[in-house]
Design a binder for this molecule. Structure first.
Ligand code: ADP
Ligand code: MG
Length: 349
């Protein structure tokens, strides 16, 4: 009876609290929220003015007293209050979509690996304050591995490399636990910064973050392309102060982002070196899976494969693996209990 009641009047939600994007998956409904992890705050009043898509539109365009912040940039919670407000906003949004509001939802939140206990508590508290009746946490690479249907509970090594906005998470998983891992702050945002710096140095032109991101997605690549690509971009000439248009090529962007991509490759090697030999043998044989938006960097899988001599696969729909994995965990909590971050507690209803 109680189970029936819970099912009828509350939702199960998987949440990917990413540094670039937050997604919410509702059981039976699919992904109902997929928005940038951005909050706009009025500094005069301290109030949140906008969250998600609406706040993202304000990045680089806010009047002096409104700031658009990415509360999780760098993969750690750099702004607790903004993170709480954002999470609460998205949970409520998902509850509105599903209409089951009598009881709070049960949530599994994917958190960046390497966040501190204080930060974990903040995420749990935020979920509770937003009305969740149960809040479980899972490390994002684990959720991502489950989302791509890797056999995380088996006695076989699986490897994922999740390249997000603020962080890259590298993890080798076996028997429901993380065997070896590394978390580095070189990911999508760093590539954007590399592009901004390169264009400033080489062309004496200043471009914004969004332009850099567009360039990265349009003509970025990790190894030489069969067909060269070119793109016209606009920025502010640092000498005259006026707008100026230039042509840039895929080779320019490779030069700009090469060192960061090489650093990711090195870190993957390092994790493999720190993994027990039996498990490494599994990975050599079965390959590793790339997830997160950075999995879509043209030819990055090829570069990794060449450097590591290990098969590399790009996950299907790499930007949604983590949230789908969090959803699968909710559907089978008993089977996945070992993959959750310890310290969960359940509120009596
Ligand atoms: P997070 O989990 O940290 O929120 P995501 O997995 O959502 O991050 O990935 C966001 C990052 O992926 C951003 O830096 C974005 O620029 C990058 N990205 C998205 N699509 C592409 C693409 N096609 N090529 C290269 N990078 C991409
Ligand atoms: Mg992510």
């Amino acid at each position: 009876m109680l189970d029936w009641f819970k099912k009828k009047f509350s939702d199960d939600m998987g949440i990917d609290l990413g540094t670039a994007n937050t997604l919410v998956y509702v059981k039976g409904k699919g992904i109902v929220v997929n928005e940038p992890s951005v909050v706009a705050i009025n500094q005069k009043t301290g109030q949140v003015v906008a969250v998600g898509k609406d706040a993202y539109k304000m990045v680089g365009r806010t009047p002096g007293h409104v700031v658009a912040v990415k509360p999780l940039v760098d993969g750690v919670i750099s702004n607790f209050e903004a993170t709480e407000e954002m999470l609460a906003h998205f949970i409520r949004l998902a509850m509105d979509v599903s209409g089951k509001k009598l009881l709070g939802p049960r949530v599994v939140v994917g958190i960046p690996s390497g966040i501190t206990n204080v930060e974990k508590r903040a995420v749990r508290d935020a979920a509770r304050n937003a009305g969740a009746r149960e809040a479980h946490l899972i490390e994002e690479p684990m959720a991502g591995a489950i989302g791509t249907k890797l056999p995380v509970n088996d006695a076989v090594g699986s490897m994922v490399v999740d390249i997000g906005g603020g962080t890259t998470d590298i993890a080798v998983i076996s028997l429901g636990g993380i065997v070896s891992s590394k978390n580095l702050r070189i990911a999508g945002n760093k590539l954007n910064d590399d592009i901004i710096n390169y264009i400033r140095e080489e062309f004496k032109i200043l471009i914004g973050e969004k332009t850099a991101e567009n360039i990265k997605i349009a003509i970025g690549s990790a190894t030489e392309l069969d067909e060269p690509l070119e793109m016209k971009i606009r920025g502010r000439d640092l000498v005259t102060g006026l707008p100026r248009e230039i042509n840039i090529t895929d080779a320019d962007i490779r030069e700009a982002t090469g060192p960061s991509l090489a650093a990711v490759v090195e870190s993957v090697k390092e994790v493999l070196e720190n993994t027990p030999p039996e498990v490494v043998a599994d990975v050599m044989h079965r390959g590793l899976v790339l997830l997160g938006g950075g999995a879509l960097i043209t030819n990055f899988a090829k570069l990794l494969e060449e450097e590591l001599k290990v098969p590399v696969y790009i996950a299907e729909d790499p930007l949604t693996c983590v949230v789908r994995g969090a959803g699968f965990v909710l559907e089978d909590l008993a089977n996945f209990s070992s993959v959750l971050v310890e310290g969960d507690d359940e509120l009596p209803i």
